[in-house]
Design a protein around this ligand. Structure first.
Ligand SMILES: [Zn+2]
Ligand SMILES: [Zn+2]
Length: 229
């Protein structure tokens, strides 16, 4: 039944937002990503840095940025090519139907993180989520959850509506999110191995602050996955 509903929801989404390739200057219809645009953007793959998941020749190691609470990070690909087009339309221009395809791409990044108990989307401030109509990280986490069978727990809440990280310097980004996240009342993460889910890793300030909040709440281990970095 759930599968039927998902198929029905998929058809409605396809009717409202007909798939088109996100590739720069492509826009091919009937697909979210055509093989040529897919092949044009290299994905992170082993051999890579075991902690931050950066592969040689694709992007530099980011371990120096990561706080101790964040054990390992995996991203699908650099913020470039088709992903650089797909993420903004998904996030800011109401193209939520793209979550199905983007979630499939993101699900592949979990393979090398080891045993996981639950996925935790990076929360938006409620005011911003109301304005946007959805939290892109929650849509991604739900899709990854459907594909992997992992539960999604909205264990964090945003305590402050911080200014957008876009356009801020690294130090300002870290200061911006200090104390911005806290545990959601009534949701226990004690002893759990968690994977944070977000769309983009920039300075890791946001993911770091989330990981620290989860560790303080008793999580056994916190890893993170993002589509792009
Ligand atoms: Zn294309
Ligand atoms: Zn590294």
């Amino acid at each position: 039944m759930r599968r039927l509903l998902a198929i029905a929801a998929g058809s409605v989404a396809d009717a409202v937002y007909p798939p088109r390739c996100a590739g720069p200057r492509c826009g091919r219809r009937g697909t979210w990503l055509c093989p040529a645009c897919d092949a044009a953007l290299p994905r992170f793959a082993p051999p890579w840095c075991a902690r931050c998941g950066a592969s040689e020749g694709v992007a530099p190691c980011r371990c120096a940025d990561l706080p101790p609470a964040l054990r390992r990070v995996r991203s699908a690909a650099p913020y470039d090519g088709w992903l650089r087009e797909a993420i903004p339309v998904f996030k800011y221009h109401d193209e939520w139907a793209r979550a199905g395809h983007l979630g499939e791409v993101l699900a592949t990044t979990l393979d090398t993180l080891g045993p996981t108990d639950a996925l935790v989307p990076v929360p938006l401030h409620p005011r911003r989520e109301r304005r946007r109509g959805y939290n892109q990280a929650t849509l991604l986490a739900r899709r990854v959850g459907d594909l992997t069978g992992l539960p999604v727990t909205e264990a964090l809440r945003r305590l402050r509506d911080t200014p957008q990280q876009v356009g801020l310097e690294a130090t300002a980004r870290r200061t911006n999110v200090v104390g911005a996240f806290g545990p959601r009342e009534g949701v226990s993460v004690a002893g759990l191995r968690l994977v944070l889910v977000d769309d983009v890793l920039t300075t890791s300030a946001t993911l770091g602050a989330c990981a620290e909040a989860l560790a303080t709440a008793g999580a056994a281990e916190v890893n993170a996955v993002t589509l792009a970095r």
